[in-house]
Design a protein around this ligand. Structure first.
Ligand code: AMP
Length: 306
């Protein structure tokens, strides 16, 4: 059997989300699901996660149709992870109203031989102790990247610190970068994170785009200037999925390759926020991403000298 290109562990959820443009109760969500919906536009991806018996499996069929491997998405007795969040007119940061771990409380991942052989691993936002359990089981991925959020920085800082020390690339939003490092300045925050272990840091800044730091590199990519934006939920995860999917497809893990993958990630995330839940991500194809990637290239190109 062919080696696995890309493995993601993270949440698969039922979300209830309020934005200034509407309320969507009990729709599918979760970091691993948004990640996979984005990554599968570029490369095969395998999901490792758990859901309860109440999860509407038929709603993730579009992922299998796109080549995502859902055999590691286990159904167990109990309720699916639930998250309730709210966005104000500043859509850059969600306010968490409720988090119910439910079936994730007891989840102990056991990787299959194929999953252990993953070339690229993404530890999407989930309990850092669970992220560590996955790290302990993989053979030797060419690149491991991770994401997290304030909930885990506050609740599981020690375990999270151990995760950060063991990954190559940390992807997190600006508020969380500040919270994790206790540095207000993002350049200092990124430097501190790189002193802990990762060779690169990607800081997500919502509508202001992302900044990537690596030794001798700073790269800034804008967010796509959208006229209509409905639901930012999953923007970070679909960004990471697009980025990792592009890395899996190109195989170029150098900082230059990561820069290009960041622009692909930004292109996917810009589609995701155009509608609630997976409505938009489920409807696009690679050609749509390619075309928006071209817009990014034009949007950021300028003459070199006066
Ligand atoms: P984002 O890409 O940052 O907008 O992530 C949104 C997704 O994160 C939602 O679909 C939630 O289900 C999921 N989520 C929220 N809180 C947590 C948590 N504490 N652990 C794992 N996933 C979460």
């Amino acid at each position: 059997m062919e080696d696995l290109k890309l493995l993601v562990v993270g949440s698969v959820a039922i979300d209830s989300v309020q934005t200034p443009f509407g309320f969507r109760e009990e729709s599918i969500g979760g970091s691993a699901l948004y990640f996979s919906a984005a990554a599968s536009l570029f490369s095969p991806v395998s999901i490792l996660a758990v859901v309860g018996e109440d999860f509407p499996m038929d709603e993730v069929e579009f992922l299998s149709a796109r080549g995502a491997d859902l055999s590691g998405l286990k159904t167990v007795q109990g309720r699916t992870f639930r998250w309730k969040g709210q966005y104000g007119y500043d859509l850059n940061e969600a306010k968490t109203l409720e988090t119910h771990l439910n079936v994730f409380e007891e989840f102990a991942p056991e990787l299959t031989e194929r999953q252990r052989s993953a070339e690229l691993l993404f530890l999407a936002n989930i309990d850092p102790e669970l992220q560590l359990k996955v790290l302990d089981q993989v053979d030797s991925p060419a690149l491991v990247a991770a994401d997290t959020m304030n909930f885990w920085i506050e609740g599981k800082r020690k375990a999270l610190q151990r995760v950060v020390e063991r990954v190559d690339l940390l992807v997190l939003n600006e508020g969380e970068a500040r919270m994790l490092t206790e540095e207000v300045n993002l350049v200092k925050a990124a430097q501190k994170i790189m002193e802990w272990g990762p060779s690169g840091v990607v800081i997500k800044r919502g509508e202001y785009g992302v900044i990537y730091f690596a030794a001798g590199y700073v790269f800034s990519a804008p967010a796509y200037p959208l006229e209509e934006l409905f639901d930012p939920t999953g923007a970070g995860d679909s960004f990471a999925g697009g980025m990792m999917g592009a890395l899996a497809a190109s195989g170029d893990l150098t900082p230059e390759g990561i820069k290009r993958a960041i622009v692909y990630g930004s292109a996917v995330a810009s589609f995701n926020v155009e509608d609630f839940s997976f409505t938009r991500l489920a409807s696009i194809e690679y050609g749509d991403i390619k075309s928006r990637f071209g817009d990014f290239v034009r949007m950021t190109a300028f003459e070199k000298d006066i």
